[in-house]
Design a protein around this ligand. Structure first.
Ligand code: PAF
Length: 291
C-alpha cells in the first residue's frame, strides 16, 4: 500500500478553474481547515509564485484570483492592453493552488460602475495615487469583493506595492473584515534589485543605475533606529540624483503621512524613480526608537 505524501510536499491534486461566484462559494464551503487567498490580475510571474508559496506555508488551501479589474485603470491607462494570459497562469500554478477563480467582468460586476464602492480616501491620492486618480479606490473595491467571495482566513500581499499593502491593511481594519493580511517580503535579484516584470525593460547600464534604489533601501535600514538618520539617507539620495527620483519618503505605515521627529515604531520607506524610461519602486519597513 502506498502512503499519502506529507501535506507540505503535495499540492492540491488538481487545480480547478472556477469562473462563477456561485461555484466559488460552493467550493469554498467544502474546504476544511485554513484558507489563504492570493489576489492577482493574472500575467503571473515569479513574484506571484513567492506569494503562492507563502500562502501554501500558512494555510491548508489556497485560492488564487485572476481578474483584470477595470475599476483600477484610469482613462489613459489602457485596460484593454493589459496582458491576459489565463492558460499560461493555470499551467504555472497547476497543482500549487486548489482553485483559480477567474470570473468575467460581467460575472464580478453585473452592473458597472457599481452603485456602491469603497474609497481609499486621502491615502489613495498620494504617491502612486497622485498620477492615477481613482486607482486605489478601484483596488480596494475589488479587494473587498474578492475577500468576501473567497472568505479566506488570510490573504498575502507583496511589500513592494507598499502603498497598496498599507491601504489594504486599513481596508481590513476600518471595515472589520475577518481576514489577516500577511505581507510577503520583496524578492530581490542577487544584485539587490527588487524583482519586477518591469526589470525586463532595463539594459545593462539601466540595471546598474537602478541599484540606487536598493542601495538607498539598505542605507535607510542601516540608519535605523534613528528617524533623523533615515531621513538624511533619503535626502542625500535625492540630492545625488543617480536616477530620476519621483519620491523617497519615510512614512507612518498606518497613515502614510511623513514621520515627524517624535515618531517611534515602524517606518515605511518608499522609493520611486525612473530608469531608462521605466518606473521602478522599492520599499522597506524599519523600526525607529530614537530621533
Ligand atoms: O496587486 C494587484 O495585482 C492588484 O492591484 C490586486 C490587489 C489583485 C487588485 O486588483
Amino acid at each position: 500500500m502506498t502512503q499519502d505524501p506529507p501535506r507540505e510536499d503535495a499540492g492540491p491534486a488538481a487545480t480547478r478553474l472556477i469562473t462563477t461566484r456561485a461555484e466559488l462559494r460552493a467550493r469554498r464551503a467544502a474546504m476544511d481547515g485554513t484558507v489563504a487567498a492570493v489576489l492577482t490580475m493574472g500575467a503571473l510571474h515569479a513574484g506571484h509564485l513567492a506569494l503562492v508559496e507563502r500562502a501554501r506555508e500558512l494555510a491548508d488551501h489556497v485560492i488564487l484570483t485572476d481578474f483584470v479589474n477595470p475599476l483600477q485603470f484610469g482613462p489613459g491607462e489602457d485596460y484593454e492592453a493589459y496582458p491576459r494570459t489565463l492558460e499560461q497562469d493555470l499551467a504555472l500554478v497547476d497543482g500549487l493552488v486548489d482553485v483559480v477563480f477567474a470570473p468575467s467582468v460581467q460575472e464580478l460586476y453585473p452592473v458597472l460602475p457599481p452603485m456602491v464602492s469603497v474609497t481609499a480616501g486621502a491615502a489613495g491620492r498620494i504617491l502612486e495615487g497622485a498620477a492615477r486618480p481613482g486607482h486605489f479606490d478601484g483596488v480596494v473595491t475589488v479587494v473587498a469583493k474578492l475577500l468576501q467571495l473567497t472568505a479566506p482566513h488570510l490573504s498575502v500581499f507583496g511589500r513592494k506595492d507598499a502603498q497598496q499593502l498599507a491601504i489594504i491593511q486599513r481596508l481590513v481594519g476600518d471595515l472589520d473584515l475577518p481576514v489577516r493580511i500577511e505581507p510577503v517580503e520583496i524578492q530581490r535579484e542577487p544584485s539587490g534589485l527588487a524583482r519586477s516584470s518591469r526589470n525586463a525593460y532595463l539594459g545593462e547600464a539601466g540595471r546598474e543605475q537602478a541599484l540606487a534604489l536598493s542601495r538607498t533601501i539598505a542605507a535607510a535600514r542601516a540608519a535605523a533606529p534613528s528617524a533623523g538618520a533615515i531621513r538624511s539617507v533619503l535626502r542625500e539620495a535625492l540630492e545625488r540624483a543617480e536616477i530620476d527620483w519621483d519620491y523617497a519618503h519615510a512614512l507612518d505605515p498606518a497613515t502614510l503621512e511623513p514621520i515627524g521627529p517624535e515618531h517611534r515604531g515602524e517606518v515605511l520607506v518608499v522609493l520611486a524613480g525612473t530608469v531608462e524610461g521605466t518606473r521602478l519602486l522599492d520599499a522597506a519597513v524599519a523600526v525607529v526608537t530614537a530621533p
